[in-house]
Design a protein around this ligand. Structure first.
Ligand code: GRF
Length: 216
């Protein structure tokens, strides 16, 4: 097992961002290692990939009507046991309770498929097309108790084309996600990135606005 920052990745489905993070950790782009992948769904395809990479996996289902705080405590117990020092949400489709957000404050990142604060929530590609937006993209942000509202670290940005569909947009946004998420986690692992009193700091300076990565 390599050295560096131990981190956990939480998924619910395909897990392509988890793959990008694990690959960057293997290739040295992130000075760290994925010590745990948690899924809340047994059928998450990403679990198979994590197992193939010999990353420990846990299935923690929230159950219908289950208490959200209890679910958060179960996640925290597993993450603590793994000794992860950062938690990366990567397509994790459960809303986390305030207790979980507080426990991991400053150590909890998420990737969202829009240029936040535009289009919080679901179906972002469709909503971008409906709104006639000229630009779209994705955001890595620190997570707070409010959904998709924590301070942004980096955004991948692209131009919406006249013939774009939900599918073409989704594919181009995902390519950007796989660039910006490993970059942000790499900064964190290198001790360059922090969230202090709700503000993002990079290289010893507060960020006035997220770093922008334009699609080429
Ligand atoms: C990504 O689009 C991410 O932005 C959103 O959920 C999707 C997860 O995709 N939060 P994957 O499971 O990482 O492939």
């Amino acid at each position: 097992m390599g050295s560096g920052l131990p981190f956990a990745v939480l998924i619910s489905g395909r897990g392509s961002n988890m793959r990008a993070l694990a690959q960057a950790a293997e290739d040295g782009g992130i000075n760290g290692r994925v010590v745990l992948v948690i899924s809340d769904r047994a059928d998450a395809a990403g679990l198979i990939d994590a197992e193939r990479r010999r990353i420990p996996t846990r299935l923690i289902e929230s159950g219908r009507g289950a208490d959200r705080a209890a679910f958060g405590r179960a996640l925290t117990a597993a993450i603590e046991e793994s000794r992860a020092e950062l938690v990366a949400l990567a397509g994790f489709m459960r809303i986390l309770d305030a207790g979980f957000a507080a426990r991991w404050a400053g150590r909890l990142l998420n990737i969202h498929p829009s240029l936040l604060p535009a289009h919080r929530g679901l179906h972002t590609h469709r909503r971008v097309l409906e709104a006639g937006d000229r630009q779209h993209g994705c955001t890595v942000h620190f997570v707070t108790a409010e959904l998709d509202a924590g301070p942004a670290v980096i955004q991948g940005r692209l131009a919406v084309l006249a013939d774009d569909t939900e599918e073409t947009l989704s594919a181009r946004v995902q390519r950007l996600e796989h660039i910006i998420y490993p970059r942000a986690v790499g900064w964190f692992a290198a001790g360059r990135l922090a969230c202090i009193e709700g503000a993002v700091w990079l290289d010893g300076k507060p960020l006035a606005a997220p770093v922008i990565e334009d699609a080429v």
